[in-house]
Ligand binder design. Structure first.
Ligand code: NAD
Length: 262
């Protein structure tokens, strides 16, 4: 009987809106999950309190995951792992967009993401899935049917998007380095249960009587994705990293297919 190799996940930012949905989706399929965050909002999975921009705190969490796994009664089930530690980090932590604090974005998104990469490589973590943002290619103009081939704008819209560009680039450059495989996803707006940003902002606009303003001529459209689908995409991305990468010909075939239906 072939044994199924399961990953051990550390979800960074796992107390957040998207991070929590990722945790729930992993738990629902029976995966082993740990959470690292500056705040604890849930108590159903082992939690490590820490700041992602402090490499030793991320490394410490990875060491503790290893310790937990060794002492768990389910250890026998886990001995098929070459090293009893996290095999996949899903990194969703970031300050929310729109803050007037560039230094915070540089600290968390850029320093934090490089700390995650270094800690992951030192601990022998195999996979890193990073939550980037569709904003990394936004230059203030309409973007229609663009994909990952679109270059970053020369002038980023703001510090949030600039630091998401840097973080995403660091993650993708780390792919294949010191045994780490990486992928970055770029969600646009996310909606769904647990959102503390979008509906709150709309509510604030309503409560402060600012509803008579209109941006544009009311024909602009924007992509929003249900949070459960964004979480699912992260699981698919993590799973895909177990497979051989597609050939150039296969990538071309997929792009042609996407162009033909869009
Ligand atoms: P969120 O604020 O609900 O969750 C982020 C989590 O990260 C929080 O729990 C927060 O405590 C944690 N965090 C922040 N700084 C940290 C630090 N220094 N160390 C450790 N943990 C820290 O945000 P969200 O809406 O769930 O967004 C998750 C990810 O998705 C972010 O990377 C964001 O840039 C990206 N994203 C979100 C949207 C959206 O519409 N919500 C759209 C595109 C991309």
């Amino acid at each position: 009987m072939s044994s199924v190799v399961r990953d051990i996940y550390l979800v960074i930012g796992g107390s957040g809106f998207l991070g929590r949905h990722i945790v729930e989706a992993l738990l629902a399929r029976g995966d082993v999950v740990y959470v690292f965050d500056v705040v604890q909002r849930y108590h159903d999975v082992p939690f490590f309190s820490g700041d992602v921009s402090e490499e030793d705190q991320v490394s410490d969490a990875l060491r503790k995951v290893r310790g937990f796994l060794r002492s768990e009664s389910s250890r026998k089930r886990l001995t098929s792992f070459s090293q009893c530690g996290a095999t996949c980090i899903i990194h969703t932590a970031s300050p929310p967009a729109g803050l007037p604090t560039p230094a915070l974005y540089w600290k968390v998104n850029v320093d934090g993401t490089s700390a995650v990469i270094r800690a992951a490589q030192a601990a022998g973590v195999r996979k890193l899935v990073y939550t980037s943002s569709a904003g990394v290619v936004f230059n203030g103009e309409d973007l229609i049917n663009v994909d990952e081939r679109r270059p970053f704008p020369e002038k980023p819209m703001d510090a949030y998007n600039e630091t998401k560009v840097k973080a995403e680039t660091l993650v993708l450059q780390a792919n294949g380095q010191n045994g780490l495989l990486t992928v970055a996803l770029r969600p646009a707006g996310i909606f769904g249960p647990g959102d503390r940003l979008m509906i709150k902002s709309l509510r604030d606009v309503y409560d402060s009587n600012r509803t008579h303003f209109q941006v544009g001529d009311n024909t602009n459209r924007f992509d929003y994705t249900y949070v459960g689908n964004v979480a699912h995409a992260h699981l698919l991305a993590a799973d895909k990293l177990n497979e051989e990468p597609p050939s150039e010909a296969e990538l071309r075939r997929r792009r042609e297919y996407v162009s033909s239906i869009s």
